[in-house]
Every structure is written in C-alpha cells, then in structure tokens.
Design a protein around this ligand. Structure first.
Ligand code: GLU
Length: 509
C-alpha cells in the first residue's frame, strides 16, 4: 500500500453521477480511475448521487446506475445503498447542510442574494448577443448587504450567487495539466442556491467533497471550467482544497465528444449486447492508461495494483466499438468452456425477461421449438435484413420519410421518463397523430427494425422487453441500413429535419 504522501490524510475518491438518464459509459470510466487510484493507495472509493436537479433526477435512473456499476464490477466502500460514516450519500437528503453553508457564505459576503427577475436576465442576454460579454452582469453584487438580507428575509424571490473577484486571475492546479490560468472576469457569478431553495451542483459538490473527506477529485475534463468557482468556494469556507485531476473525455472515432448519436453510451446496452464486464473495464482502462510493461490485458485488481495516476495519458481516448468487440471476443474465446457456459446462462436465462416473454409467446406456440425463433431478437445485437425489406414497409413506400420517422421515434424515446408498455404505446400513438398516419401504417417498419421480421410478438411488448437502449440501437441500425440503401439523413436534410422536429415535438433530449 502506498500513501500519496507519508502522514497525509487517507486517500478518498468518489464518483458522483447525476441520476438523469441511462447509466453512462463515462460514469464507469471515471469510476474505474477513481477506484484504481484509491485502492492503489489503500484508500476508499465512494459513490455519491448528485440529484440536485429535481426536475431531471429519477429514482429509476439512480437504481440503474447502482445496478450498472455492480454489473461492471467496480465496488464502492460507501454509498446510498450501504451507508457509511458520511451518510447520507444522496444530495437530495442533504439540503439542510447546503442551506447552512450558503448562509455562512452570504454572511461573510462571499455570496450574495440576487433579486433579478427572469425578464431582466432575458433582457440582459439579448443585449449581450453578438458581444464578448456573457453571463450575469453583477447587478445585485453591489446591493447594500444589510438591505439585501432584509429583502431576502422578507421572502422576496431570489437566488444566491457566488461573488467573483472583479480583477486578477485564478491560477488552478491540475495534477495532469499543471497550472492553468483564467482571468476572473471570464468566470460567471455562479448561482449557488436556486429560488426553489435547492443548491446547484457547484455548491453541493464542493460542500460534500469537503465533508466527505475527499482527498482527490478525479473527474472528466468537462468540469475544468468549473474549477475556478470551486476553488473560490474552498477559499471562502477556509477549507483545504483536494487535489484535482481532470481526465480526458471519451471521444467518438471522429474525435467529437462521445455521444449517444454515434455510439451506444448506456452501460445497459453493453450488458444486454453480450459484453463481458471485465472486458469492458479492461478496454476503458486501456483508453487512458498504459502499463509500464505495455501489457494490454489486465484485471481491475491488476490495474489498481499497478496504477500510477501520472501515467494517465491526456490524448483524447477514442471509444471504438469495433475495437471493443474485438477485445470482448478475445475474452470470450479465452474463457474455459465451463466458465463460458456459466456466463452464457447468466446472460441467456434472465428470469425477468423470460417471465414476460413466455406468456406473450404462448398463444403462438404449436411446439416448444416455436419459442426460440420468436424470442431470438431479444438475444441479438444487429439484426440481419436487407434495406428493401425495411423500405417496403415504409408508409407510402417513402424511404426518406421513413428515415425521418425513425429519427423522430429515437428522439422521442430518449425523452420518455419511463420505459413501459403504456409509455411506449402513448409514444407511438402520439407519433401517429402528429405524422397523420394510422398506427397500422406507422408500426410495420418499426417492427422490422426492432424484431427483424414483419410479424411476431406484440410490437410494444417487444420493445419494452428489449429495453430502451437496445431499441434505440435497433433504430440506429435501421437508419444505417437505409444509408447502405442510399438514404441518409445528413447535412442539410438533417438540419431541416431537426427544425421540423422541434416545431412539432419540442427540443430533443
Ligand atoms: N454530478 C457531476 C456529474 O454528473 C459530478 C462532477 C464531478 O465529479 O464533480 O458528472
């Protein structure tokens, strides 16, 4: 065991996902490096749920994050499910703590109440359009503190903002990147407490990292621009800041930020699509870390044992699905057959799936052999059908319109808060109404895309059983199949489609 510095505080790291959607592959990547670092130094790794965004956070998403991290095999020492010395580990249960800390900040003047109305802020944004200025103009920062406190106490609606120095620059240290300087005038007057009394991420994150004794904050580089505000908070509270490490973001093969539009980003997809968790962990580790001896295959324990954070590479790690498949194949083929059979059983004989499927398939059975072909689509990834098979089911035979329909369904599916039969049914009914089609005209291409055949188990049940992530992926494969048939939703067409979609359905998720 190595301590970072002899006699220093114990090493404690954390992963702090927000439960606002499917468990993201990026969460596993960040968790992996936090785990490896903590364990290398004999420390603890904590899971904290950051659900300060009350409108987007769901209990189902939190559960899915826990399940996904368990499946992938990264264990945490403290967390919402298992408690610990610094419980609770879910931010929505810690609001009193944040309120008390905001009060300290307003009393010391490090933060101030802001009474600007939504209308004034909208006007400010309009006046800033096309200029170099953006963000809050500091209007309420100059209010008389006693008077502002009286207005706030009298119940006048307000938020609380962080007071940003008016000149000079912030010098921040990142373990991998060294010193980074940002002039303070480029840092916005961050809202710390919203008008609904809930804290924002920035306040809750800093307060919790301190109270939970986090020694090293290892997170994605998208948070680097928040660091000046976080450092200012540590200073205002007179707390020692942890060490910061901003890991390079995972990228699509074209170097853009990893996005669900190009790659499956939900861990559930990888679970359903037959990847081995240890292969996925190994692949994620390899993306930003290299062993001194150059070995490519390693276990989580070996990574933790060997881990040297200073060997993390800052070059944009490319998440390449084909490479991951090759890697996974090596793992699968390397398993002893008995172990492979054990793994296959776990994957194939999932009770929760079969308990739903058997009653659906039953009315269509003459022999038991009829079951497997009906259920096969649930255990496949990419289905095999020709572009023509799909196009001939398109309403009016219009392949370009079908591409738009598939995309519309994808974007609408991403927005659904729940994924169950009623929600999926509503979605397609809505789609039929907006697109002016009968459900009977709308469904056939989705049927082919999702199950690979024009008939079979009821379509909505099929999608529910397949799960949202696999269903989205199937629609993606259908779009790719159309592309091989010469129908692509790209460039100008995609722009036009996006505008039309927004007009009819609102913004994509
Ligand atoms: N809740 C943030 C997220 O969802 C955590 C960022 C951090 O690690 O500070 O990524």
């Amino acid at each position: 065991m190595n301590q970072e510095t002899p006699g220093a505080a114990p090493v404690r790291t954390r992963v702090a996902p927000s439960p606002t959607g499917a468990p993201h592959i990026g969460t596993a990547y960040i968790a992996l490096f936090n785990y490896a670092f903590a364990k290398h130094h004999g420390g603890q790794f904590i899971l904290r749920i950051e659900d300060t965004d009350q409108t987007r956070s769901t209990a189902a998403s939190e559960q899915a994050i826990l399940d996904a991290l368990r499946w992938i095999g990264i264990p945490w020492d403290e967390g919402p499910d298992r408690g610990g010395a610094h419980a609770p580990y879910r931010q929505s249960a810690r609001t009193d703590i944040y309120l008390e800390h905001v009060r300290k900040l307003t009393e010391s003047g490090a933060a101030y109440p802001c009474f600007c109305t939504a209308a004034r802020l909208a006007e400010l944004r309009r006046s800033q359009a096309g200029t170099d200025n953006s963000g809050y103009d500091g209007c309420c920062a100059t209010l008389d503190p006693a008077q502002a406190a009286r207005r706030a106490a009298a119940g006048e609606p307000h938020v609380v903002r962080l007071r940003i120095p008016t000149d000079g620059e912030c010098v921040m240290q990142d373990r991998l990147r060294g010193a980074i300087r940002i002039p303070w005038h480029k840092v916005d007057h961050q809202v710390l407490l919203k008008s609904d009394g809930y804290p924002t991420y920035h306040l809750a994150n800093v307060v919790d990292d301190h109270l939970m004794g986090i020694s090293h904050v290892i997170r994605g580089e998208e948070w680097l621009s928040s660091l000046p505000k976080h450092l200012l908070l540590y200073q205002a509270f007179q707390w020692q800041a942890p060490e910061f490490v901003h890991l390079p973001l995972l990228r699509n093969p074209d170097k853009s930020k990893l996005s669900k539009r190009r790659n499956p980003t939900s861990i559930l997809y990888y679970q359903r699509a037959g990847f081995l968790p240890e292969a996925l962990i190994n692949y994620l580790g390899l993306l930003a870390y290299s062993f001194p001896d150059g070995r490519e295959e390693f276990t989580l324990a070996q990574l933790a044992e060997n881990f040297d954070i200073d060997r993390v590479s800052l070059g944009g790690p490319i998440f390449d699905l084909q490479k991951l498949r090759n890697f996974n194949g090596r793992y699968l083929r390397g398993l002893p057959p008995a172990e492979l059979w054990h793994r296959l059983q776990d994957w194939l004989l999932r009770d929760e799936v079969w308990q739903q499927i058997v009653p659906l398939a039953q009315p269509r059975l003459s022999q038991m052999t009829d079951l497997v072909p009906q259920a096969a689509f649930l255990f496949a990834d990419r289905l095999d059908y020709a572009p023509d098979q799909l196009i001939k089911t398109a309403p009016g035979g219009d392949a370009a319109a079908l591409a738009r329909l598939l995309k519309t369904a994808q974007w609408e599916m991403e927005k659904l808060p729940e994924w169950d039969n009623a929600a999926v049914r509503d979605l397609f009914n809505r789609l039929a109404t907006v697109e002016n089609l009968k459900l009977k005209q709308l469904m056939p291409p989705f049927y082919v895309a999702v199950t690979g055949a024009p008939v079979g188990l009821p379509a909505f049940d099929a999608m529910v059983q397949l799960g949202r992530d696999m269903t989205l992926r199937r629609l993606q494969y259908a779009l790719e199949t159309l592309e091989t048939g010469g129908v692509a939703l790209k460039g100008r067409q995609l722009k036009e489609f996006t505008a039309a979609y927004q007009a009819a359905y609102g913004s994509p998720a």
